[in-house]
Design a protein around this ligand. Sequence first.
Ligand SMILES: CC(C)(COP(=O)(O)OP(=O)(O)OC[C@H]1O[C@@H](n2cnc3c(N)ncnc32)[C@H](O)[C@@H]1OP(=O)(O)O)[C@@H](O)C(=O)NCCC(=O)NCCS
Length: 344
Amino acid sequence: MSTTTDDKGIELCPSAISHIKEKAKAKQRRVVLPEGTEPRMIEATAKLLAEKIVAGVTLLGDEQEVGNLLKRYNVSRTGVEIINPAGASDLSSFVEEFMELRKAKGITKPMALEAMQSPLYYGAMMVRRDLADASVAGAISTTGDVLRAAIQTIGLAPGINTVSSSFIMTMPEYRGVRNKVFMFADCAVLPNPTAEQLASIAVSTAWTMATLVGEEPRIAMLSFSTKGSASHADVEKVVAALEILKRTHPALKIDGEFQVDAAIVPEVAKKKAPGSAIAGDANVLIFPDLDAGNIGYKLTQRLANATATGPIIQGLAKPANDLSRGCSVNDIVDVVAIATLLKG
Ligand SMILES: CC(C)(COP(=O)(O)OP(=O)(O)OC[C@H]1O[C@@H](n2cnc3c(N)ncnc32)[C@H](O)[C@@H]1OP(=O)(O)O)[C@@H](O)C(=O)NCCC(=O)NCCS
């Protein structure tokens, strides 16, 4: 799938991001930035440390090149570590671990060495080993490359079967509430989720909502049908996902299948889904596929003037987040704050 800047831009509502940055400051975590030779990463490093959003930054790349950039941008070395993966002291143990991880795939030592010498994979291995709390890249790498390195090296969170993405959608005003927040997923990663994957997307998004926004998730599984109003294989997939969730996560506040109006408009909910504790009051919207999710978030952003914060990559055992290649220095700072919090 092709990516565009428009698709990937993190854009943050001032209240949402200041809340997230405050939480990140309290955690004082370490981030690895694999694209250490990119000037925007250098400027972001300066801001992250000056604003005390992280305790330290590891920049990957040639020591001399990164060092020269730090000098050119007048960035203090305090709190900054530079590692060149190709000559790193832990490279051979990273290679061993990666070979073990990928042995079922028939990986050879030269292949593992090549991967671990690449900053995206090296950074992901640092996160895997808790040498960094999160990795953030994508200013000069594609989404696919960032995600593949994270999936293969960090792996999935326990009980989760897919990486996905979510957006925090902040509405200027919704039914009398200013800056009302919804979480939408998946809007950027998985084109055609199965019922099992849809269930995992819901679990990951609930966790992201609770961790980043601090609100209790009330999840609606969306469809073009409400409680059996239509029958189609696509509706059955959503119903099957809901059944999985009710069985595996009985404590989650979740219901469906709902058309989106039944999910978020109490008057419609009363008519279409009477008796549902979620209908009319959902704050997490799980779309049945990527077409719906991507179109849904963009419509909300453009027609309702909502602020879309994301894509937030979720479902990994430890955080690694993607950036838009058109990202600004402030975008990088914001995504780092988000990613460090996703460690939980
Ligand atoms: C995730 C992504 C990188 C995988 O791409 P890919 O390499 O073509 O996928 P493949 O089917 O070849 O799978 C490669 C590996 O990743 C795994 N994988 C693929 N998608 C996955 C997902 N969503 N979650 C977990 N694992 C996934 C596969 O199981 C496979 O694992 P293996 O190597 O251990 O067998 C791809 O779905 C992608 O690029 N998504 C981003 C979409 C995008 O561009 N969105 C718009 C921008 S917001």
